[in-house]
Design a protein around this ligand. Structure first.
Ligand SMILES: NC(=O)c1ccc[n+]([C@@H]2O[C@H](COP(=O)([O-])OP(=O)(O)OC[C@H]3O[C@@H](n4cnc5c(N)ncnc54)[C@H](OP(=O)(O)O)[C@@H]3O)[C@@H](O)[C@H]2O)c1
Length: 257
């Protein structure tokens, strides 16, 4: 029996990770802000799969929230075998339209929390010579798209760098980079996604299945869908200035209302 801790486990990709990992027989620790939703989800996973599902209510944009999860990850009496840093959000508006405080909150949740939780989990995993960390970034990491894209680019660089440093220790790290996924993400950010073509949408359960397959294969970066693999391959051939223009135009079409 192993234990997985998933941040942002109330909805979307995080909830899909929790479902899949509980289905596979892992005990789960579910982390997010909404205590009631976490409790309902934990009860459902316990009843359906017979695993231990516990709840850790924490706001990862706050010092005490990050510290509480760090403490749980550092508990050698209850080791966590797989950490999924998934919690995240989008912001409505472009540079100078978004309050600076919201951008700083994003950096805290997407970067500081990921750095600190990874750093709390990995030493315990290294001592046990086994464990894994999946950090959820986005294909937005590969195109110039403001603080969101920049924060996800940090997640990609950080994860792949640490994955290399941890080579041979038994600890695997992988960054998962999905495209558009049907979750609460865009609605929460007040984004109008009416213009996004149907073929660009991914299903959260499939994203998780593909991601965990890639983790098992030892990849340090997972693009969990062939359509986005092709798109990202093509994007590498486009000059950066043009990519920036396309990204900005699509951002206006598919982004904030
Ligand atoms: N959906 C997409 O198209 C897409 C594409 C690429 C990457 N991603 C990334 O995938 C990850 C998951 O997004 P999603 O699409 O599943 O979004 P979602 O459906 O909105 O779920 C976001 C989860 O994060 C939690 N969360 C948000 N802020 C938090 C905070 N301050 N502290 C703790 N938990 C917090 C939310 O729970 P509470 O509100 O209960 O705290 C919720 O469980 C994010 O990192 C996102 O950037 C999403």
């Amino acid at each position: 029996m192993t234990t997985a801790l998933i941040t942002g486990a109330t909805a979307g990709i995080g909830a899909a990770f929790a479902r899949r990992l509980a289905h596979d027989g892992h005990d789960v620790v579910l982390v997010a802000r909404s205590a009631e939703r976490l409790r309902e989800h934990a009860t459902e996973l316990h009843d359906r799969h017979g695993v231990e599902a516990s709840v850790l209510t924490a706001d990862l944009s706050r010092e005490e929230g990050i510290a509480a999860v760090e403490e749980r990850l550092g508990d050698r009496a209850r080791p966590v075998d797989l950490l999924v840093n998934n919690a995240g959000f989008g912001l409505q508006g472009r540079y100078l339209e978004v309050p600076l405080a919201d951008e700083l909150t994003m950096l805290r949740v997407h970067c500081e929390a990921v750095l600190r939780l990874t750093t709390a989990a990995v030493p315990v995993m290294r001592e046990r010579r086994r464990g894994g960390v999946v950090n959820v970034a986005s294909v937005a990491a590969f195109v110039p798209r403001g603080t969101y894209g920049a924060s996800k680019a940090w997640v990609v660089q950080f994860t792949q760098g640490v994955a290399r440093d941890m080579g041979g220790t038994g600890v695997r790290l992988m960054v998962l980079c999905p495209g558009f996924v049907r979750t609460e993400f865009h609605q929460r950010a007040g984004m109008d996604t009416g213009g996004v073509p149907g073929w660009m949408w991914l299903d959260a359960d499939r994203v998780v299945d593909a991601g965990l397959r890639d983790l098992a294969r030892g990849k340090s970066l997972s693009l969990p869908d062939p359509r986005y693999k092709a798109l990202m391959g093509a994007a590498k051939l486009v000059p950066r200035g043009m990519l920036s223009r396309v990204s900005s135009t699509t951002g206006r079409r598919f982004g904030p209302k």
